[in-house]
Design a protein around this ligand. Structure first.
Ligand code: NDP
Ligand code: GDR
Length: 365
């Protein structure tokens, strides 16, 4: 494994500063893909840990992948590891020698966490602890004390505590996922206090994009809007339409993650748009944008209700605005349109395959 430190070359004869090295867990996820693009644009070398799966799971980063044999161009490198395997985490830290570690990996679906609570806790809570411990012991053995750590915290940790939610709002988690994120949050605070680790918790409210997983409500809706508009589907089955979320754009939120690690001192920050909308409002905007009425298509299905719901999330991001100088660029309506535009295009491509007999139109995503 080659390390890019010192790989920069200046045109004016001066020695360029060493290229920074980032290690990202969860690089194949929505946020991992945007963060990788962001860091590559900043000149970083990016290493991502991917888990083994029976099919390729790198679709979100395929467009930035360069064959590693092309050593001068390939600044993103992928390695097999798993948050449930402590030895793999320590081994890659020792090999890659990162300056910044972003822990984005998670079993991130709230409803699924009720189905697989034990696994969710293993990855989300104990996984974060394994990575923190790997960073701590790597620093102790190597003396590389400048490493900075980012933990992907969630507004789900606030659960049933009423809005607006800020860094000082008490947590009241409502799912195994949220309880596990609370544990990860406090592990991170503890490693900061106990070992002096530069470790930050980003408490991010919901953030979406055209790369959002298709079983989260926003993307489920925009995929359906595309398919209904193109004539591939007629019904959309959903659960609770009255839940309110503070929805931002994932591309904006990864900048806040990076900003947290550039400060003099480590701290925890809420990242949010400070605007909240119900699922029903999302439906209005998404269907309305393509001239459809959601009431003609949406069917309520009990299967999608959760054993305990989070009713109302709306962040207070004044600390991030003041200290980090961060603010969201994409608003709610623009976000919905961006997602619908892409999913209408995707449905058009699917239609070509359906018409040619290659896929079954009934096979919904
Ligand atoms: P995704 O679900 O899109 O991505 C999760 C990533 O974690 C994927 O790369 C996945 O790999 C990986 N992963 C899952 N299990 C393991 C494991 N055992 N070992 C290693 N990697 C694993 O999530 P997002 O990108 O949306 O979110 C990123 C992080 O931010 C998550 O921790 C999430 O909980 C948190 N978060 C997200 C918010 C949001 O609104 N998006 C808001 C607040 C917090 P694979 O591709 O193979 O499945
Ligand atoms: P959330 O996102 O639970 O907020 O977690 P999700 O999109 O799954 O749910 C949002 C709200 O929509 C309601 N809902 C449905 N949800 C899904 N998935 N499918 C449905 O059919 C449906 N119908 C109604 C839900 O009940 C809920 O109230 C996301 C994840 O990215 C987490 O990892 C992250 O931590 C939080 O956002 C912040």
């Amino acid at each position: 494994m080659e390390n890019a430190v010192g790989s920069g070359s200046a045109t004016n004869g001066e020695v360029a500063p060493p290229r920074k090295v980032a290690l990202i867990t969860g690089i194949t996820g929505q946020d991992g893909s945007y963060l990788t693009e962001f860091l590559l644009n900043k000149g970083y070398e990016v290493h991502g840990l991917i888990r083994r799966s029976s099919n390729f799971n790198t679709q979100r980063i395929d467009h930035i992948y360069v064959d590693p044999h092309n050593a001068h161009k390939a600044r993103m490198k992928l390695h097999y590891a798993d948050l449930t395997d402590a030895s793999s985490l320590r081994r890659w830290l020792d090999t890659i020698l990162p300056d910044e570690v972003y822990n984005l990996a998670a079993q991130s679906h709230v409803a699924v966490s009720f189905e697989i609570p034990d696994y969710t806790a293993d990855v989300v809570a104990t996984g974060a602890l394994r990575l923190l411990e790997a960073v701590r012991s790597h620093i102790a053995d190597s003396g590389r004390s400048h490493i900075r750590y980012y933990q992907a915290g969630s507004s789900e940790m606030f659960g049933s505590t009423p809005p607006p939610q800020s860094e000082t709002t008490p947590f009241h988690p409502r799912s195994p996922y949220a309880a596990s994120k609370c544990a990860a949050h406090w592990y991170t605070v503890n490693y900061r206090e106990a070992y002096g680790l530069y470790a930050c918790n980003g408490i991010l409210f919901n953030h979406e994009s055209p790369r959002r997983g298709e079983n989260f409500v926003t993307r489920k809706i925009t995929r359906a809007v595309g398919r209904i508009k193109i004539g591939l589907q007629s019904k959309l089955f959903l659960g609770n339409l009255q839940a309110s979320r503070d929805w931002g754009f994932a591309g904006d939120y990864v900048e806040a993650m990076w900003l947290m690690l550039q400060q003099e001192k480590p701290d925890d920050y809420v990242v949010a748009t400070e605007e909240s909308h119900t699922v029903e409002e999302f439906l209005e905007v998404a269907f309305g944008y393509v001239g459809l009425n959601w009431r003609d298509h949406v069917v309520i299905d009990k299967r999608y209700f959760r054993p305990a719901e989070v009713d109302n999330l709306k962040g207070d991001a004044s600390k991030a605005k003041k200290v980090l100088g961060w603010k969201p660029k994409v608003g709610f309506a623009q976000l919905v349109k961006m997602m619908v535009d892409q999913d209408v295009e995707m449905a058009k491509k699917e239609k070509v395959l359906v018409d040619a007999g290659y896929i079954d139109a009934q096979q919904q995503p």
